[in-house]
Design a protein around this ligand. Structure first.
Ligand code: SOE
Length: 390
C-alpha cells in the first residue's frame, strides 16, 4: 500500500479510545510505517459519535455501522464495540472488501468466530484480533527467549487474570458500562473476557492446547438489567478455572475471576522449562523475571530484567534506556506491526485464525464446566477446514 490506511472505527468506549490513541501515536513513533487517516467513527448514539470524532480527530461520524462498511473512502473497519456486534460487522466489512480488525473475543460463540474467519479468508482481506498483551515488550521478549531455546523443554505454565469490580450484587447488567455481564451481549463471562487473554498468551508462548478440564461459578445469579429495568438471571461465568494439556506434553493451570477482592487487573503468568523459567505480572509490566539454570550453581538465582533498553523489543521507538512505557503502548505496537505487515505482507500480528484458536479453547472450557469432564480442543488449523470442525 503506497498511501495512508483509511480507518473506520466502530465503538466509542474504552476500546474505541485505546485504538484511536494507537492510530495517532503510531504515526508519531513509528513514522516509517504506512500512514493512517482517521476517516470516520461510528456509534449508535449520534452525539457520542460526533463528540468522539471531534476529540480523537476523525473527519466524520456515522450512527449505523452499515453505512460505515459501505463507504468507498475506508480501507480498514476496526471493531471496538461490544461482543454481540463483532460477527455481523466483520462479515459485512469483509464482504465489502475491507480489511478488518476486531476486539477480542472474536465472536460470542465458536460458530460466530468461525463465520468471521471464513468471511475474511474468503474475501482475502488483511485481518487482526486485538490481543494487545502480546505487544508488552517484556512478553515479546519472553517469546524471543522461548524461540531461542532459553527455557528448553517446557513442563509447566500458570496463568491468572483477577479482577474485583462485580462483587456488589447492586451492580446492574447490560447497557454501556456493564454489557460484559449480559450474556446475550457478551456471550461468556470471564472465560471469554479475561481468560481469553491468558489463553492467547499461552497459545503464543507455549503452543497449541489439546485438552482442558474446567469449572465455572456464578456468584451473583440475578442482577437488575440496565435496559429492561427488571431483575434478570445471570447465566455467564463470574469465575472460571481450568487445567490444560498442550501438544508439547506440558501442563498448565488457568484462573480468572471478577470476585478477587483487592485485584483490579492482576494478569500474571509463569512458565517453567528444563533450562529456565520466566514470570511476568501486568502490574509491573516492564519487568520480566528470568531464572537460568546455566553456569555456576552458587551464582544462580532469579533476575529481574528491566525491559527498557533500546535492544529490547519496541523500546528503540520510545524514550531513553531505563524509562518505562505502559498499557496504551501495547495497542500502539500492535497497530504499528499491522501497518508493517500491510506493507511487507509478512504476518506478525494475531489474525482472526489466532483469535479462533483462543475461542476454541474458551468453548472447550465452557463445555467442560457444563459436562464436568475433560474436553478435546477443536482443531482450528486451516488444514482442518472451517466446516469440518464446526
Ligand atoms: C474487563 O474489565 C477488561 O476491560 C477486558 O475486557 C480487557 O480485555 C482487559 O484487557 C482488561 O479488562
Amino acid at each position: 500500500m503506497d498511501r495512508s490506511l483509511r480507518v473506520g472505527l466502530v465503538g466509542t468506549g474504552f476500546m474505541g479510545r485505546t485504538h484511536s490513541n494507537a492510530y495517532h501515536q503510531t504515526r508519531r513513533f513509528f513514522p516509517d510505517n504506512v500512514g493512517v487517516e482517521l476517516v470516520a467513527v461510528c456509534s449508535r448514539d449520534g452525539a457520542k459519535a460526533r463528540d468522539f470524532a471531534k476529540q480523537w480527530g476523525f473527519a466524520s461520524h456515522e450512527t449505523d455501522w452499515r453505512d460505515l462498511v459501505s463507504r468507498d473512502d475506508i480501507d480498514l473497519i476496526d471493531i471496538a464495540s461490544p461482543n454481540d456486534t463483532h460477527a455481523e460487522i466483520a462479515v459485512a466489512a469483509a464482504q465489502n472488501g475491507k480489511m478488518v480488525a476486531s476486539e477480542k473475543p472474536l465472536g460470542r460463540t465458536l460458530e460466530e468466530s468461525r463465520r468471521m474467519v471464513e468471511a475474511v479468508e474468503t474475501a482475502g482481506v488483511a485481518n487482526m484480533v486485538w490481543y494487545n498483551y502480546r505487544r508488552v515488550p517484556a512478553l515479546t521478549l519472553a517469546r524471543q527467549m522461548i524461540d531461542e531455546g532459553r527455557l528448553g523443554r517446557i513442563f509447566h505454565s500458570r496463568f491468572k487474570f483477577l479482577q474485583d469490580w462485580t462483587i456488589s450484587p447492586d451492580l446492574p447488567q447490560g447497557g454501556a458500562g456493564t454489557w460484559r455481564l449480559d450474556s446475550a451481549v457478551a456471550g461468556s463471562g470471564v472465560t471469554g473476557d479475561l481468560l481469553a487473554h491468558c489463553i492467547d498468551a499461552a497459545l503464543w508462548l507455549v503452543g497449541p492446547m489439546s485438552e482442558v478440564c474446567g469449572t465455572t461459578e456464578v456468584f451473583v445469579p440475578e442482577r437488575l438489567h440496565a435496559l429492561s429495568g427488571k431483575r434478570e438471571p445471570i447465566t455467564l461465568d463470574d469465575a472460571s478455572l481450568f487445567m490444560a494439556r498442550f501438544d508439547n506434553g506440558s501442563l498448565a493451570t488457568f484462573e480468572a475471576t471478577r470476585f478477587a477482592r483487592g485485584h483490579k487487573a492482576l494478569f500474571t503468568l509463569e512458565i517453567n522449562g528444563e533450562k529456565g523459567s520466566i514470570a511476568w505480572d501486568l502490574h509491573d509490566l516492564h519487568r520480566l523475571q528470568y531464572f537460568s539454570y546455566d553456569g555456576d550453581s552458587a551464582m544462580r538465582g532469579w533476575r529481574s530484567i528491566h525491559v527498557t533498553d533500546g535492544d529490547h523489543p519496541y523500546m528503540k521507538a520510545w524514550w531513553v534506556p531505563g524509562l518505562q512505557i505502559g498499557y496504551e503502548h501495547t495497542f500502539i505496537h500492535q497497530m504499528a506491526d499491522f501497518l508493517a505487515e500491510i506493507r511487507s505482507g509478512t504476518k506478525t500480528v494475531p489474525d482472526f485464525r489466532d483469535g479462533l484458536a483462543a475461542d476454541a479453547v474458551v468453548d472447550a472450557v465452557l463445555k467442560s464446566a457444563r459436562s464436568r469432564s475433560w474436553q478435546t480442543v477443536e482443531s482450528t488449523a486451516k488444514s482442518a477446514g472451517l466446516e469440518g470442525a464446526a
